[in-house]
Design a protein around this ligand. Sequence first.
Ligand code: GLC
Length: 502
Amino acid sequence: MSETNNVSQPLKILLLAAEVVPFVKTGGLADVTGSLPPAVRALGHDIRVVMPRYSRIDPRRFNLTLLPTTFAVPIDNRTELGQLHESRLAHDVPIYFVENARYFDREGLYMYPDDAERFIFFCRGALEGVRQLGWQPDVIHCHDWQTALVPNWLKTTYAQDPFFARTASVYTIHSLAFRGVFGRRVLEIAGIAEYEFTASPDGTRDGQVVDFMARGITYADVINTVSPTYAREILTPEFGESLDGLLRQRQDRLFGILNGLDVEDYNPATDPHIARHYTAETLEQRAENKAALQRYAGLEVVPDVPLLGAISRLTDDKGFDLIQAALEPMLQHLPIQFVLMGTGEERYHRFFLDLAQRHPGRVAVFLTFNTPLARRIYAGTDIFLMPSRFEPCGLGQMIAMRYGSVPLVRAVGGLVDTVQDYDPATQTGTGFLFRAYDAWAFYAAVVRAVETYRYADVWRRLQQRGMQQDFSWQASARAYVDLYRLARALRAQTEGMVPRTP
Ligand code: GLC
């Protein structure tokens, strides 16, 4: 390895993402991009974050400072002006917000007809913005499709640019389900020449579309996803969403790093939202949280009936077709209660509202998302359901274990990597797993859990094993730093090379 990649040398890392906690969040991506940078910084590296300056981000609440200089951002054969605001994440990590009212002064984050152009502007603005600051990153860490053209530019548009010529890229896939597929016109907007066109990496598309995710995978020096199991699964047609062929080609560059959890924020010993604080040693006090949740949710206040919970987007991806099929028979045959929080497909809204009406005192449904109630559900339920069809990592199961709610999950992706199936013979495990994507396999796992719940001592030890798991970011942050160094080493090999033409 060259001296520029000395393992003790601090790195300069630019992390780009469309959402970051605490500024805006629509999914687990934002938890990662909010927690990883402070953990990397704690290891001694200069990591900085850039995200769009959405108008919904309150400048006073977050102490945004507008930096004085504007800079030119090339887009669609013209230039737009960009500007940066600055704030801080935990651990004093600098975060910059790319401002341009035309693109980001909107009510929502996504789902606009010009989303491709908006995120092209954001990414190009981030690159030109750090140039303006004179801060030259060793590595750019991109997340999901919104930032996936950056590895492409680094190998083409910026390949001969002295400022970025040595910059390596790491591309993290949070979910293949959200791809960023647009018409060819976006190449012009992005300033990417036709000859660099790689529209059909898998041969299944007709060349008339541009798949941002596929481009990130094609051009990044290193690719990773958010659990080792999902990294293997996406090499197969079942989980590969038609990119498995491309991913297999780049398999030697593909890694899986499990997400961590912000264990300071998610802590039942200090959580300000719950009725009673507790630890693995004082689990008996947790009962107060169950009673408080039952009261709040209008459930019968009974201590010994297992209370099942779910917090999720209400979609098939998250296994709600299984929950829908199995819940009614479960309520008929098993002594259970059920509480749900989340929003999603309309048909699930109707189904769950109707179910709650038919089972007063046993089923409670909150078609919303709010943090205080989420915390009370983690602290008050006995069993936490995640029957996902696929799950790149998943956060809920880790939070549930930390709060002593026993996860019952499908054996896919990050769920396999974080939950160990309970084995009555050896008294080991931290939850309940089922394999087939089938309502009866799910039902059978619930029967196992409810049966185990009857043995209070056994159950308590099961909860304690979950609470004692280490899900902190430290190990993952170290693994990312190794990945950044690998990306640099691989980048050094290709430096100055003419881009591959398809
Ligand atoms: C996506 C995945 C989820 C993962 C999250 C953060 O939302 O669906 O499994 O935990 O990204 O990486």
